[in-house]
Design a protein around this ligand. Structure first.
Ligand code: BAL
Length: 416
């Protein structure tokens, strides 16, 4: 069955049901495609308001990408969506609008292809999508976690370490040309080979400036031991803290994948002044999909900043079945990486998601003035009790920590 955004009815044929295996939602790109195709306009509007919130009291405005970007999107079959987050007009400050892009993609060749071919094919796949971002005037672009390789850490196989490269390696050089060409900051999440420290590996986001220079890097703070995510076989928890990178377009930070489950990780980037925090990820439906729309959105609200959430798409089949001690029989893949990349704003509004199964480019204008406007409105920074949290955390770290529990004295009384 030709995959479209048309509905597959509930009692669809086996063939139709088969076609949904690619990760579509009943044949639709995304939840919002499904809703907009099946609800009357005024119903869809109300459902959208409840699901996506309002920005400055209105539904998020869409932006029309340039024809050249739309042409690239149809020629290379990637989902292209563009929105605009506004802020209230201020009397003493001009708007600070920045255009931000997120790219999600599946691997370009089977995991059994020669590694050099796999890398080359990914570069060739990403080129046109980055060009569409450049043609659309994107100022800051973020790619997904370990974008240049299959997310092979489930296998625990040592050979995948060959994809590791220095911060200034092949992938960074590939992107530096685009950064320079489009005057664009690019966040590139790679498997880093730390040449100066025993050639160890890290899961690292490289920040490339709009002059093609390397501004810095951040290493993933939290490494999962859940499901098939055996990343701790390859790299340790990061040692770069919570850096915020001051770029030509604003202050940005990177909370890599599993770090999105740790609210204090989000908080620390906020305390360092981040205005946009990117969450390049790789995660699968069974494990995390119900959490995906919640965690980043909550972080944006709690920290009064924007969040760009990126997840890869597709199902990556590995030649040697593996198990992760979770009771499941040996299996050759993680399951479906569900894409669904999106932006969240400090006023609790968010964009719809990119496709659940197709490559995609999500673009959004965002007026960074909104961050301070929400800080002034809600006062979360002002009303936070950091001294209390610091005391609790400091005592929790002590070997003799006792939880603060007050029990009902009658609870343990013997009843005679
Ligand atoms: N990348 C680890 C799995 C998750 O955080 O959803």
């Amino acid at each position: 069955m030709e995959k479209t955004d048309g509905i597959g009815n509930e009692n669809g044929s086996t063939e139709e049901k088969q076609s949904f295996k690619d990760g579509s939602i009943c044949g639709y790109n995304s939840l919002h495609h499904l809703l907009s195709a099946n609800l009357k306009p005024q119903l869809y509007q109300e459902v959208s308001r409840l699901l996506l919130g309002l920005n400055c009291g209105k539904a998020l405005e869409t932006i029309v990408p340039p024809e050249s970007a739309k042409a690239l999107s149809s020629k290379h079959d990637f989902d292209l969506q563009a929105f605009k987050f506004s802020a209230d007009k201020e009397l003493l400050r001009e708007p600070r609008v920045v255009r931000v892009g997120l790219i999600q993609n599946c691997i370009a060749l089977p995991t059994t292809a020669p590694f050099s071919d796999q890398k080359k094919a990914i570069f060739e796949k990403l080129g046109p999508i980055i060009d569409a971002a450049g043609a659309s005037g994107v100022n800051i672009l973020c790619l997904q976690e370990a974008w240049m390789m299959p997310f092979a850490f489930c296998t625990r196989e040592e050979r995948w370490c060959e994809f590791a490269e220095p911060v200034n390696g092949e992938s960074t050089q590939f992107l530096q040309e685009f950064a320079l060409k489009y005057n664009m900051v690019i966040i590139s999440s790679i498997l880093e080979r730390d040449i100066n420290h025993g050639e160890t590996l890290w899961n690292t986001a490289v920040i490339i400036g709009n002059h093609g220079n390397i501004i810095g890097k951040h290493r993933k703070n939290h490494i999962p031991r859940v499901g098939d995510f055996n990343e701790s076989t390859y790299y340790m928890e990061g040692n770069t803290g919570h850096p915020v990178f001051e770029t030509a377009y604003g202050k940005i930070a990177v909370n890599i994948c599993y770090g999105r489950h740790h609210p204090l990780n989000w908080l620390a980037f906020g305390l360092n002044g981040a205005e946009i925090v990117f969450n390049p990820s790789a995660t699968v439906g069974e494990l995390s999909e119900p959490m995906w729309p919640i965690e980043a959105r909550n972080a944006a609200i709690a920290n009064s900043y924007f969040v760009g959430s990126i997840n890869r798409v597709g199902t990556e089949i590995f030649p040697n079945p593996f198990t992760s001690g979770d009771g499941k029989p040996p299996h050759p893949d993680f399951g479906h990486f569900y894409g669904s990349s999106h932006f969240s704003a400090p006023d609790a509004s968010c964009t719809p998601s990119l496709s659940r199964y197709k490559d995609g480019l999500m673009i959004s204008d965002m007026d960074l003035n909104l961050c301070r406007q929400l800080k002034d409105k809600w006062g979360f920074r002002m009303t936070a009790r950091y001294e209390l949290y610091a005391d609790t955390l400091a005592s929790y770290l002590k070997p003799d920590f006792e939880p603060q529990v007050i029990s009902d004295p009658l609870l343990h009384k013997k009843s005679f």
